[in-house]
Ligand binder design. Structure first.
Ligand code: ADP
Length: 631
């Protein structure tokens, strides 16, 4: 029998399959079952449009058979079948319409990419088989043909006689490769392996996928003895949960589905199920987990949604469907507009995928917003797990997503003693209050004690307490919320309205203290850029504030990153003019001006300690205190 050669681009793909090092070879089964299901679809469609009478939807099925002794796996369907020409055209040539596009795709992408993302159809059978035989009879024909190939050296087609009893449809016979050290091909003959693969990839194929399962049962009247028997089993559940009407699905069903599919032990916090009709139609079923996965905030965590095309899984984790800020969302998207052979229309496909991703992003945001509005307790639970991710999201990509996220983030409020949103803060702002104030520190308790917060508290202003490293960076990137800018309580100038009396008093005090403050500044050298009287301190003697954009907290965070780029905030030492220490200092400066330097050092170091910073020379600091005590 004359061998025919595959068309050039088919051969390329075929070679790739035969020599595949792809690790998920198991997808060949999904591909063959999808083809079978498509073939049944075609016949069913034909029966509807042509008014064929001999076709009964209930008879449709895909049938899997194994012959373990001979290493053979068979996949049959009673779909539309193929004529001789169709065998020739469909299996000898891959990609009819878009062959050129597809070719360039192969050249540009690596193997894993193509197989993993798109599936490659029929030829994937060659990843696991030495020989593939396709016997097919087209619907309405009484001739049966056989297509055979061992791969690279071409294929042959011949008519099969004595097949009068063969109904329409196709039987694909795979002669599986011998096992190797790395690859156990014969495992595809194990009925449980097959069942699991069908469940994993083809559970929602609309027609039953059946197989004779060998089972055992206790023998009647024979105590303790078992007998084996075979039973035809349908392996797939056929109707995907997400295709059912929302009103028909119970919470329990959703929860069960989530836990099984996404390997969680606890129920999801939120279920989002919706169908969208439009330029791209799709159904999405998404979940917000009840707990953050153990590896969530590590590099090991992989985001993504499952991608289905009409019930057939084409990608386990499609990362492009989720923005990083919502990477905690689990779930799936099913679209009939994405076909299994998507690779042929990559461009269009990408656009569709992007359109879906955009809609999903909006959906997740609005669901979170409504949770925040209507079920705050639940939102707080969510925020406890994933709030940090939202704040990173604000900061990431130079604030590209800040609009999306700024209404979802929360911070601890000094006046409410609870997490509040920026909107709530602005709503409560005092009439004369210009800024949204925040204070950074290690813990809420520590921040609450910061001297820098005194004046603001005194004025009844609310302060946001920032405890996560990313917080201040996130606010800096938001810049302003509802036209209100953010200001750190440790900023050099709090810009608080003062009465003219207060102003005059402050100016006078500053004037009087100037020579002493200058002397202190000189003594401290480049440690500070200024020493001044404080407008913000009420009962505390000193504090440190920062001038310019870089705060002391940000300095800490940046310098904790292990590289050589260290930064330094511009420090200002502030002294409380109304504190008794001020009087003591003035006296000291009058009597022994040369000692003022030592006092400046002491105050500066104290201010650093309050701020949670380390001091350069703790030994000298301690000695200085002792000298003072023994004076
Ligand atoms: P596709 O992505 O188009 O399914 P394949 O390489 O998997 O690409 O298959 C090529 C073509 O072969 C299909 O489009 C279909 O026309 C035909 N084909 C494959 N399997 C079957 C089958 N079981 N029954 C009928 N036709 C089939």
């Amino acid at each position: 029998m004359a061998k025919k050669q595959f068309k050039a681009e088919s051969k390329k793909l075929l070679d790739m399959m035969i020599n595949s090092i792809y690790t998920h070879k198991e997808i060949f089964l999904r591909e063959l079952i999808s083809n079978a299901s498509d073939a049944i679809d075609k016949l069913y469609y034909k029966s509807l449009t042509d008014g064929e009478t001999g076709v009964n939807r209930d008879d449709f099925k895909v049938f899997i058979e194994t012959d373990r002794d001979n290493g053979i796996l068979k996949i049959s369907d009673n779909g539309i079948g193929m004529t001789r020409e169709e065998l020739e055209n469909n299996l000898g040539t891959i990609a009819k319409s878009g062959s050129l596009d597809f070719k360039s795709e192969i050249e540009n992408k690596d193997e894993i990419d193509i197989i993993g993302q798109f599936g490659v159809g029929f030829y994937s059978a060659f990843m696991v088989s030495d020989k593939v035989t396709v016997v097919s009879r087209a619907y309405g024909s009484d001739e049966t043909y056989k297509w055979e190939s061992t791969g690279a050296d071409g294929y042959s087609i011949s008519q099969v006689d004595n097949m009068t009893e063969m109904p329409n449809g196709t039987v694909i016979t795979l002669q599986l490769k011998e096992d190797t050290d790395d690859e156990k091909y014969r495992d595809y003959l194990n009925q449980y392996t097959i069942k699991n693969l069908v469940r994993k990839y083809s559970d929602y194929v609309r027609y039953p996928i059946t197989m004779m399962m060998e089972k055992s049962r206790p023998k009647e009247d024979a105590d303790g003895e078992f007998e084996t028997y075979s039973e035809l089993e349908t392996l797939n559940s056929m109707v995907p949960l997400w295709k059912k009407n929302k009103s028909e699905i119970t919470d329990e069903e959703y929860n069960q589905f989530y836990k099984e599919k996404y390997f969680d032990f606890v129920d999801p916090l939120k279920v989002m199920h919706s169908s969208v009709e439009g330029v791209v139609s799709y159904t999405s079923l998404m979940f917000i987990p009840g707990n953050a996965p153990y590896n969530y905030y590590t590099r090991d965590y992989e985001k993504g949604l499952q991608l289905y095309s009409s019930g057939v899984l084409i990608m386990e984790k499609c990362a492009d469907l989720l923005p990083d800020c919502f990477s905690f969302v689990k779930g799936l998207v099913d679209s009939q507009d994405l076909s299994l052979n998507i690779s042929r229309e990559t461009l269009q496909h990408d656009r569709q995928l992007k359109a879906i991703a955009k809609r999903l992003e909006k959906k997740i945001k609005s669901e979170l917003e409504s949770m925040l509005k209507n079920d705050r307790e639940k939102y707080l639970e969510f925020y406890k797990n994933f709030g940090l991710q939202l704040k990173y999201g604000v900061y990431d990509n130079y604030g590209q997503n800040k609009e999306l996220l700024q209404d979802l983030i929360m911070f601890h409020s000094s006046t409410e003693d609870a997490l509040v949103t920026l909107a709530e803060y602005v709503e409560r702002m005092k009439e004369d209050q210009k800024y949204i104030y925040y204070a950074s520190g290690e813990t809420i308790a520590k921040i609450d004690k910061l001297p820098q917060t005194e004046l603001l508290k005194d004025k009844g202003y609310e302060i946001l307490y920032l405890t996560d490293d990313v917080d201040e960076f996130a606010l800096n990137i938001i810049m302003s919320y509802k036209d209100k800018e953010f200001k750190s309580v440790a900023a050099d100038d709090l810009e608080i309205e003062e009465s003219s009396e207060e102003k005059a008093k402050a100016e006078q005090q500053a004037e009087e203290a100037k020579p002493m403050l200058d002397a202190m500044k000189e003594a401290l050298g480049d440690k500070v850029s200024d020493v001044k009287l404080s407008q913000r301190l009420k009962s505390h003697p000193v504090c440190i504030t920062a001038r310019g954009g870089l705060s002391i907290e940000m300095e800490k965070v940046i310098n904790a990153i292990p590289n050589d780029d260290k930064v330094k905030a511009e420090r200002v030492l502030e002294i409380n003019a109304d504190h008794p220490v001020m009087e003591a200092l003035s006296k000291k400066y009058e009597s022994n001006p040369e000692e003022i330097g030592e006092y400046a050092e002491l105050l500066y170091n104290q201010a650093l300690l309050i701020e949670g910073l380390t001091i350069d020379d703790p030994v000298e600091f301690s000695n200085a205190i002792c000298r003072l005590m023994t004076k």
